[in-house]
Design a binder for this molecule. Sequence first.
Ligand code: GBH
Length: 452
Amino acid sequence: MKSITYSSPFPSDFVFGVAAASAQIEGGAFADGKGESIWDRFARSPGAIHGGDTLDVACDHYHRFDEDFGLMASLGVKHYRLSIAWPRIYPSGDGDVNPAGLDFYHRLFASMSKHGIKPWVTLFHWDLPQALEDQGGWTARSTVDAFARYADTVVKAFSGEVKDWITLNEIRCFTLLAYAYGLKAPGRKESAAVVNQTYHHALLAHGHGVRAVRMFGGEGARVGLTDNVDVSVPVTETPADIAAAKAWFADKNLHILGAIHGKGYAQAYLDRVGADAPLVEAGDFELISLPTDFLGLNIYTATYVRAGRQGEAYEAVQLPANYPRADSSWLNLVPQAIYWAPRMCHELYGYPSIYITENGCGYNEEPVVNGEVVDLHRRDYLRNHLREVHRAIADGVPIDGYFLWSFIDNFEWEDGYQRRFGIVHCDFQTQVRTPKLSAYYYADVMRLRTVL
Ligand code: GBH
């Protein structure tokens, strides 16, 4: 009989972790001198957030982080991706630094260290100081300068506690969805030219983040971008459909990873945007294309692509209405996404090290019954995705870690508290935490380093 190793262990240095973001879990929205963020403001505009929810209290992690890290440690979590709230550090965007903000994160990192948890820190996960938005937000180049100052301050302050840095989370979400579609804070609907300029400013901010880590990160510091690439999955894993999916992927990601990798905007992108092309200053792409140590990918879903039946390079397939998905309307269940996105990034752009910085699923009804939350749907989601991560590694794709989104149910942006992504249930009235079945499942995966 032939023996196969379907579930051989992950590499011994593979990183398993969990992720969250400042605005979504901290609460303490106005504590200790924190400035207003664009999300604090947006949450107060009628109809912007499901149920009129605000970020004021969230999971009250601001006051409960030590307990939360205790719970993480009890589940065997050794790596946690978090973000720093810019308005805690610079309440008015630039101006004076707020020492109480720095002190909060010093206390938080000390608690993590006590519990044996390593921080992976995102500099910007969407909570822009409102004062900067009042001066144009990401449409204004001055926001890039303010970000550079903020990045310098934070990397200098925490270089002793943090070695792994992520510059920005998901450029598309805080530019396109925020300044074109009006879905995310600040909820604006600007022209294509303005939106393309926000992409360019975000790329510049990323470059400043890399520069700050190189200058002030100290020995062993590493840095990368977290991107939510548009993901394609070949309908059938034949050479023709794979080539089509890859062509689609290169096209859809031309303005972010394509630009970083190409050290400039590709002619195909410039042709596409025409007169709406962003203004680029001399030296911009030297900064934008500074070498990074890894690429972070947030992977949730994908588009199915196949070879064009009329000879086109590719054809995206419309999903049937009854295709399975999570409760988020965009979250179609396509586990192969987490195989193909890293593989294409590796093949197209040559990234030598890739981390899945988010992967997870959101549901509305997850009641605690007899002290338990039986989220078998999430356990299946995780299992299916982890199998695809495992397959990618077996095929030589350099995935070095996986962070599950999210540790705990939290403020799910425009969907408010209704949409739960946590492996730990949060009762937002009482702040009681209850690990779900998926938390115990993931604890075993991390412990045995095997997809179970
Ligand atoms: C991540 O984004 C975020 O980083 C994280 O903060 C968030 O909590 C988590 O996902 C779960 O949503 O409205 O139809 O235009 C995930 C990627 C891409 C998901 C854009 C929502 C909006 C689709 N996001 N998408 S639509």
